[in-house]
Design a protein around this ligand. Structure first.
Ligand code: ADP
Ligand code: ZN
Length: 260
């Protein structure tokens, strides 16, 4: 635990951007970073909260219509909302983790012209495993704190969030057709400016795969015991993926290497 306290102190005030496709685990990595004291700024959560709080406003009607179909909300709606959060005292004092923003080149340009980002974490998850987690894993989310669950990482009590006791539900936009649309938009509009981001900030890759069929040295596997589960690859082979705890450890190790 002393290590964790040192890590918290080392990353206090840092500004971290999470980058990756829908379903790559941005929400859960944000939870892990929040546990270290950073403020979580999530465009999806902020938008869903706005729609819930003011369902009749023009902005909410426009946004919810687009979100239901897995389309992007226009830049002139999302940019001011996110920039306002980021410029607030809480984010400036504690640092923040930005999740789901930027998603377009225009959003990225505004962000990098107005904020210094300490580093970008790219959550690199192969397509097959994204769909596997969301659809076959039956992805669910806590309505109150947005912690993500699936059949691989279920809540201890069905439909109740481990973290805050909130209700755990399936998102309306987590059906195969809409996800495919969200993934296509990611490929077209979001992934394409990653090289541009890499020219402005330090990008680190955080893989979810431990290894494919290849033999893993026993000591390593023992170390990972209980942190991996197996899934099928596109070729019908087997891969080992890190679960929530395994990914948290991998993230904390990376941060420790970087900042301590
Ligand atoms: P996911 O990453 O799982 O697709 P989010 O919760 O981040 O989901 O976003 C949900 C929806 O909110 C998106 O499908 C989109 O309609 C809207 N949205 C979120 N962030 C942005 C953004 N930066 N720009 C435009 N639309 C956004
Ligand atoms: Zn919760």
């Amino acid at each position: 635990m002393e290590d964790l306290e040192n890590l918290k102190a080392a990353i206090q005030g840092k500004k971290i951007l999470l980058f990756g496709p829908p379903g790559c685990g941005k929400g859960n990595r944000s939870r892990d970073l929040e546990a270290l004291g950073l403020v979580h700024v999530s465009s999806g959560i902020v938008l869903r909260a706005k729609v819930c709080d003011e369902p009749d406003s023009e902005l909410s009607r426009k946004a919810s219509h687009l979100m239901e179909r897995g389309e992007l909300v226009p830049d002139d709606i999302i940019v001011p909302i996110i920039m306002e959060h980021m410029n607030g005292t809480e984010c400036r004092t504690n640092g923040f983790v930005l999740d789901g923003f930027p998603r377009t080149k225009a959003q990225s340009d505004v962000l990098f012209s107005q904020a210094h980002i300490d580093f970008v974490l790219y959550l690199d998850v192969p397509r097959k495993f994204l769909l596997y987690g969301i659809v076959e894993g039956n992805r669910r989310i806590c309505v109150d704190c947005a912690t993500g669950y699936s059949d691989f990482d279920p809540p201890k009590k069905e439909s109740v969030c481990d973290r805050c006791g909130g209700k755990v539900i399936t998102r309306a936009d987590d059906n195969i057709k809409i996800i495919e649309n969200r993934l296509a938009l990611y490929d077209e509009q979001t992934k394409s400016f990653l090289p541009d981001i890499a020219s402005k900030a330090n990008v680190e890759i955080l893989p979810i795969i431990v290894s494919d069929e290849e033999v893993i040295d026993d000591k390593y596997l023992k170390h990972l015991k209980g942190q991996v589960y197996r899934v099928e690859t596109d070729q019908g082979g087997r891969a080992r993926m890190l679960n929530l705890e395994g990914m948290r450890n991998r993230l904390y190790n990376l941060l420790a290497e970087k900042f301590m």
